[in-house]
Design a protein around this ligand. Structure first.
Ligand code: NAD
Length: 326
């Protein structure tokens, strides 16, 4: 089992004000690290950092990583999470998404190289596109339509992976690639368009849950604490990856709707809408590499993860009035 304690490490987290990034920052601060979060707040929320900002070991730098940036103190790790991640966000910001995957990744890599720091790229299962292989193994090259609307995200991440691998090969940079699958938990914005917050919001406000297409397409849902543990394990290792980090329980979209309606305590009502262009049909990781190389596997049961998410939701969106950025 790889050690995941990083006491004293100095870490730069790009995209640290977002959903996964803020949980990562919190975990790093709790482990005694110093953290510099670089975020332009395009999809992040300063409220996500309310807890960590109390620590003298935490610093927020509001900046766009598509512009070159430097760090004026020693750095041991750079974790590059900055990127719109929900389809609504990246379809709204297509050029920004391509730029953060390309220029943003190179700027973050340059900081890592300048400090001889380990670099971890948060890539995505979307590099597999609409997969023709199932479950998805890291050796699968994927099935992405390079000119479809989703390509701005998928291809940006594929380029980011290629760049990361090239920095390793040509410059000897210490790099790693994590391919994250769907994650969920507290701090997802209720209107960000991803399946879990969308269904929760619809169920809590008495609306039918919108099912794209037949609802037979599948996803696997990894609780954010597990995702963060996976990232930490990769940071602490010397494994280059790519390594899949995700839950292995494959659920159809319809099953996810049923589960969320049950946890919210409402009768399931659904309404169908067209399947978005190039939406993947099946999505579930093979996590053997993470198990054997990092000693990592997800631990949270999806129903318990949903309960924790709902508990957070009831405070964050108290009485239906947003206390947070929507
Ligand atoms: P998020 O949108 O909540 O967070 C992304 C953060 O990046 C935000 O705080 C945003 O403001 C910041 N950002 C975006 N562009 C930036 C730029 N140019 N400069 C500086 N900051 C910028 O998304 P998330 O769900 O937390 O995802 C984090 C990372 O993990 C992303 O790279 C995403 O592709 C990857 N990922 C997430 C999931 C998931 O299920 N959440 C799955 C696969 C991969």
């Amino acid at each position: 089992m790889t050690a995941t304690t990083m006491e004293g490490a100095r870490v730069v987290v790009t995209g640290g004000a977002g959903f996964i990034g803020s949980h990562l920052c919190e975990s790093l601060i709790a482990q005694g690290c110093s953290v510099i979060c670089v975020d332009n707040m395009s999809t992040g929320d300063p409220e996500n950092l309310a807890e960590v900002e109390r620590s003298p070991r935490f610093r927020l730098v509001q900046a766009d990583v598509t512009e070159p940036f430097t760090v004026d103190q020693p750095v041991d790790h750079v974790v590059h999470l900055a990127s719109p991640a929900s389809p609504l966000d990246y379809l709204r910001m297509p050029l920004e998404t391509l730029r953060v995957g390309s220029a943003g990744t190179e700027n973050a890599l340059r900081v890592a190289v300048a400090h001889r720091a380990r670099f971890v790229l948060a890539s995505t299962s979307e590099v597999y596109g609409d997969p023709a292989q199932h479950p998805q193994l890291e050796s699968y090259w994927g099935n992405v339509n390079p000119v479809g609307p989703r390509a701005v995200y998928d291809e940006a991440k594929r380029y980011a992976e290629a760049l990361t691998a090239a920095y390793r090969r040509t410059l000897g940079a210490d790099t790693a690639i994590a391919r994250l699958f769907n994650s969920f938990g507290p701090r997802m914005r209720r209107n960000d368009g991803r399946i879990v917050p969308t269904f929760i919001d619809q169920a809590l406000t008495g609306r039918p849950l919108t099912i794209n297409g037949s609802g037979e397409q599948t996803r696997s849902l990894c609780y954010v604490d597990d995702t963060v543990r996976g990232l930490l394990a990769l940071m602490c290792s010397s494994v280059p990856g790519p390594v899949n980090i995700g839950a292995t329980q494959e659920l159809s979209v319809r099953e996810i709707a049923e589960l969320i309606a049950r946890e919210v305590g409402v009768e399931l009502r659904t309404v169908s809408q067209c399947l978005p262009v190039d939406e993947p049909g099946r999505r579930c990781p093979d996590i053997e590499a993470a198990r054997t190389q990092l000693g990592w596997k997800p631990e949270m049961h999806v129903a318990e993860g949903l309960r924790r998410t709902l508990e957070w939701w009831s405070t964050a969106y108290a009485g239906g009035t947003p206390s947070r950025m929507d």
